[in-house]
Design a protein around this ligand. Structure first.
Ligand SMILES: Nc1ncnc2c1ncn2[C@@H]1O[C@H](COP(=O)(O)OP(=O)(O)O)[C@@H](O)[C@H]1O
Ligand SMILES: [Mg+2]
Length: 249
């Protein structure tokens, strides 16, 4: 069996009397999209924060690349290739889409910001930046200012910037939120291609996206995993339908 790149073993997180994550087992393997779904307040964001290192589990283990990383802080996890996508960078509105990604490429290669102006035409920056932008589906908008991009395109741009950091895993907490049905369709097709670069832990409310993308689905309700399986397993699970999807879903 393939070793997972990321896994949690019975992680538990309490906030006073509330157990937001209750002994959650989860794993992510190369090449896959593993969706984590569940109603509001199920503990999905709390789960992701324990993987990024923003929060530390009260009990249980987070393992990445074969090692227990409970003691690693956010910057160390991020440097190791385990970073939350869509929250690691903010866009510079006055820069073009390409320039924003160039900045991320440069940041990753640890050159100074002041070097950026002189390097504006440096192929070592423009070529990888253009590749990342294209992988994020935004190649045709490379020379548009970030300010003129739609909400969905801005999220694509953030994804292009995330790619510059060469993540080993993508952690996404509701990437489809607020970008409208058209934006979701575009982002869904981009994520579909990205799993080949790094596996994706996808927390998402948009069930069309989840059912189109997920290789596996884990369902969290009240902090506990109530089901785990393929999309077909999850769609037909009576307990999931009752607890979450509702009849007719
Ligand atoms: N820092 C916190 N302090 C206290 N309660 C929290 C905190 N973060 C989350 N919670 C509670 O934990 C539960 C799970 O929240 P969350 O992980 O945000 O759920 P989801 O992302 O699935 O909507 C909720 O009841 C929420 O109110
Ligand atoms: Mg959440």
């Amino acid at each position: 069996m393939v070793e997972p790149i990321l896994s949690t073993a019975a992680i538990t997180k309490r906030f006073g009397a509330l157990t937001a994550c209750d002994a959650v087992d989860f794993d992510l393997r190369a090449g896959e999209i593993h969706a984590l779904i569940g109603p509001n307040g199920a503990g999905k964001s709390t789960f992701i924060r324990q993987i990024t290192g923003e929060q530390v589990p009260d009990e249980g283990e987070v393992s990445f690349d074969g090692a227990n990383i409970n003691a690693l802080d956010v910057p160390r996890r991020s440097a190791a290739g385990l970073a939350r996508t869509f929250q690691i960078s903010s866009l510079i509105d006055d820069f073009t889409a390409l320039e924003n990604v160039m900045l991320a490429v440069q940041g990753h290669s640890r050159r100074s910001f002041s070097f950026f102006r002189r390097a504006a035409n440096d192929k070592a920056l423009t070529e990888p930046a253009m590749t990342h932008l294209t992988d994020a589906g935004l190649g045709s908008r490379a020379n548009e200012k970030a300010a003129s991009l739609s909400h969905g395109e801005r999220r694509q741009l953030e994804l292009g910037m995330a790619l510059a950091l060469k993540p080993k895993v993508f952690l996404m907490d509701e990437p489809m939120a607020g970008i409208g049905p058209g934006g979701s369709v575009v982002l869904t097709s981009i994520l579909d291609g990205l799993r080949a670069q790094a596996p994706i832990l996808l927390v998402e409310h948009d069930m069309d996206a989840v059912f189109a993308l997920a290789d596996r689905v884990t369902v969290l309700v009240g902090g506990k995993v109530i089901a785990h399986g393929s999309v077909d397993d999850i769609r037909s699970d009576p307990q999931v339908r009752e607890a979450y999807l509702g009849e007719g879903a």
